[in-house]
Design a protein around this ligand. Structure first.
Ligand code: B16
Ligand code: MG
Length: 214
């Protein structure tokens, strides 16, 4: 894949496992509101923005909430979530992820984050990965959620690369579709690994090395 010069990584579910913190935080909020919420519903929240995640959770609610109340609920979830994020350290990054990122840098690839999260920079700061990435495109610079390609197109633009020179690594189907919509090579990992929407499916992040060298 000689034409690939940049690799854009989703954050939650690819670089780190903040998905467990999203689950615990939404679960606490949903329990308090008496709304059914489980791992299956949680999987639908992967790659989906905070407010859209709340809308999915509220599908099970008998009560309806106005915009003010919805903002209050989302803020509550975010403050619980950020308390978990504050406990993160470089140890929350697996050896496989860490070594793959540094190897790609050594090989001269440009690396970017393409995440829906507004907490991406905090997570990268706590795990000491901020300097590994040449660009960070996240929930703070987009108006359209995945599967809209905006977050990845912005990442490519920040890397000064045309989209077809970029590859996207994602754990969410919505993210894979976003990468496909951006006309990028897509790699599915984790939860998206069993689907047939991506260009390639991988088990662990280091598997992208052989794909890139093919
Ligand atoms: P925040 P990603 C996504 O991260 C999560 O998968 C999704 O569950 C979350 O709702 C979204 O970020 C927004 O996160 O509340 O921190 O802004 O997978 O796109 O890196
Ligand atoms: Mg994700």
């Amino acid at each position: 894949m000689k034409h690939i010069k940049g690799v854009i990584f989703d954050l939650d579910g690819v670089i780190c496992h903040t998905d467990k913190y999203h689950y615990l935080s939404w679960k606490k909020v949903a329990d308090e509101l008496g709304i059914e919420f489980d791992e299956k519903i949680n999987n639908r929240l992967r790659g989906v923005s905070r407010m859209e995640s709340l809308e999915i959770i509220l599908e099970k609610s008998v009560k309806s909430y106005n915009d003010y109340e919805k903002n209050q609920i989302a803020e509550k979830k975010n403050s619980i979530y950020r308390q978990y994020l504050m406990t993160m350290t470089p140890n929350d990054i697996s050896r496989d992820v860490h070594d793959t990122l540094y190897l790609l840098r050594d090989k001269g690839y440009y690396l970017a984050i393409g995440s829906s999260s507004k907490n991406a920079k905090l997570i990268l700061e706590k795990t000491q990965l901020l300097n590994v990435f040449d660009a960070i495109s996240d929930g703070t610079n987009i108006t359209h959620s995945k599967p809209n390609p905006e977050v990845f197109l912005k990442a490519a633009e920040m890397l000064n690369l045309p989209p077809n020179n970029c590859m996207v690594v994602e754990d969410a189907i919505s993210g894979i579709i976003a990468g496909n919509n951006a006309k990028m090579i897509t790699i599915a990992i984790g939860d998206a690994n069993n689907s047939e929407v991506a260009t390639y499916n991988i088990e662990k992040l280091s598997d992208i090395i052989s794909i890139l060298e093919n």
